[in-house]
Design a protein around this ligand. Structure first.
Ligand SMILES: [Zn+2]
Length: 262
């Protein structure tokens, strides 16, 4: 990555940073989205069909109306139950090893419809539950990359810890950096790496504050990161995943498979 030659970022900025939040945790609409709005940033909130969405439609609509993205995180959060002891919390019925491509496609379409009824938008990104990107039993896994590219602007894949090179993004499965449990210094270090490389940094968070989710970042560390991005807006473009992906795709369209989704 070369930060100076043909920078793809707007207004002389040197990197893009997308803050993404998974699993529809109430603290996202209670604290995070208002904070981002107050600081002039937009984030991506990846929702499922769980009760914290279906029982809080107006709260999430308010988040979308403030300019944030509601991302698709499936309806039922299926993951590969492999090895089973690691995913003991997952209902066997929602094991991606037992899913067909058609079943996942059906679920993603209904999840998109649910989100569209909330935010009235047709373009959004996808977040792979557990970072898993295949269906079918072990040894006969089938990649869902084509499905993601047919249904979404882009997909966020597993937590690779790596930055996205804007010259060659893998839109089916963009790498991301885990933010849960990190200190502000560590989060800031990732931002500075993105500035240095001219890259797109995608952070993945779950809870914000102790007790909000099994995986969480301390509120102080998170809020300090938001302050840092706001204070460095001349260098860092803090925007939702769909905004950054559409910005890059306006310069170089994504390669997408032909034909309708399954
Ligand atoms: Zn999740």
């Amino acid at each position: 990555m070369n930060p100076t030659a043909n920078s793809p970022w707007p207004a002389g900025q040197r990197c893009a940073v997308s803050l993404t939040y998974d699993d529809a945790v109430p603290v996202h609409y209670q604290h995070v989205a208002p904070l981002l709005s107050a600081k002039g940033l937009t984030g991506t909130f990846n929702l499922t069909g769980q009760a914290s969405v279906t029982e809080a439609i107006e709260q999430w609509r308010h988040v979308a109306e403030a300019g944030h993205e509601l991302g698709n995180h499936t309806l039922f959060h299926p993951c590969r139950r492999d090895p089973p002891e690691r995913y003991g919390w997952l209902e066997p019925h929602y094991d991606l090893c037992a899913y067909t491509m058609q079943r996942l496609a059906d679920e993603l379409r209904v999840a998109n419809a649910l989100l569209r009824l909330i935010d009235r938008r047709t373009r959004r990104t996808f977040a792979h539950p557990c970072g898993h990107a295949t269906v079918g039993p072990a040894g006969r896994e089938i990649s869902i990359d084509d499905l993601v590219l047919r249904l979404f602007v882009a997909g966020r894949g597993s937590s690779t810890g790596r930055l996205v090179d804007p010259a060659c993004p893998n839109y089916a499965s963009l790498g991301c950096v885990g933010g849960d449990g990190k200190t502000f210094d560590s989060l800031r270090e990732s931002v500075e790496q993105a500035v240095e490389c001219g890259a797109w940094l995608i952070f993945i968070f779950h809870g914000v504050g102790k007790g909000t989710h099994g995986g969480y970042v301390e509120t102080e560390a998170h809020d300090a990161l938001v302050d840092y991005l706001a204070a460095n807006a001349d260098r860092c473009w803090g925007a939702s995943m769909v905004e950054v992906a559409l910005h890059l795709q306006a310069q170089a369209p994504a390669k997408r498979p032909d034909g309708p989704a399954t």
